[in-house]
Design a binder for this molecule. Structure first.
Ligand code: MN3
Length: 244
């Protein structure tokens, strides 16, 4: 018993000092490119690329429809209304706005923080989920998770615990911080991108994301969410976090 536990602890501590790509070819951290999206001065609600009911039974159709068509749409509308007052901001991408919040006109800073954050976070959220998804991670992110956390189950447990402990509304994230994978949480619609940290994946733990099916059982929602993760898209975001 003790030996098993000691070995486990050794593996865990070893994993904290190992970089995921190995010492022969250490990853080079670079800030994400922030001007990748051409804008027309108006942000648009990105369409869902799958049906509202495609994530059932894990996320119900009514939740998806309301979450996308109402919540996300409102963030986009409010963001556009704020930007409309300042034509010089119209060419900016949402990433540019969010990484420079402190330089924006004072009267729209909070609106852009909440609604620009909401737009950026939800755009990612729809993309990293999908039908016929879930299961164990694949590709480079699988290797990275194993190196950083020991096992996928350990990572999932730590991610779900962080999401469970977050008080009130917010997000739980996997980020790439100077070539280390880290789990962090943010309140409201705040996002790691505010600090220039490109989020690889994140789960929305606002009640609107799960209440119709799970009521107050947030841990159940957090566990079920892994069944709809699109690892192909997560890998794309992981690659971008390394090289963009
Ligand atoms: Mn939401």
């Amino acid at each position: 018993m003790m030996t098993t536990r000691r070995n486990f602890l050794y593996l865990l501590s070893a994993s904290t000092v190992v970089t995921w790509l190995g010492s022969a070819n250490p990853p080079v951290w670079a800030a994400p490119a922030i001007a990748t999206t051409a804008t027309t001065g108006e942000f648009k609600l990105p369409p869902l690329t799958y049906d509202y009911n495609a994530l059932e039974p894990h996320i119900d159709a009514k939740t998806m429809k309301f979450h996308h068509d109402n919540h996300h749409a409102t963030y986009v509308k409010n963001l556009n209304a704020a930007i409309a007052k300042y034509p010089q901001l119209k060419p900016k991408t949402v990433e540019e706005l969010l990484t420079n919040l402190g330089t924006l006109p004072k009267d729209i800073q909070t609106t852009v923080r909440n609604n620009g954050g909401g737009h950026f976070n939800h755009t990612m959220f729809w993309q990293i989920m999908g039908p016929k998804a879930g299961g164990a991670p694949t590709g480079a992110i699988a290797t990275a998770i194993k190196s950083q956390f020991g096992t996928f189950d350990t990572f999932k447990t730590q991610f779900n615990d962080a999401g469970t402990k977050l008080f009130g509304s917010g997000w739980v994230w996997l980020i790439n911080d100077k070539s280390k994978l880290k789990i962090v949480t943010t309140s409201n619609q705040d996002s790691p991108i505010f600090q220039g940290l490109y989020p690889i994946m994140g789960n929305d733990v606002w009640e609107h994301a799960y209440y119709l099916t799970y009521q107050n059982r947030r841990p159940e929602y957090l566990s079920a969410w892994w069944n709809v993760i699109n690892w192909t898209e997560v890998n794309r975001r992981f690659e971008r976090s390394l090289t963009a």
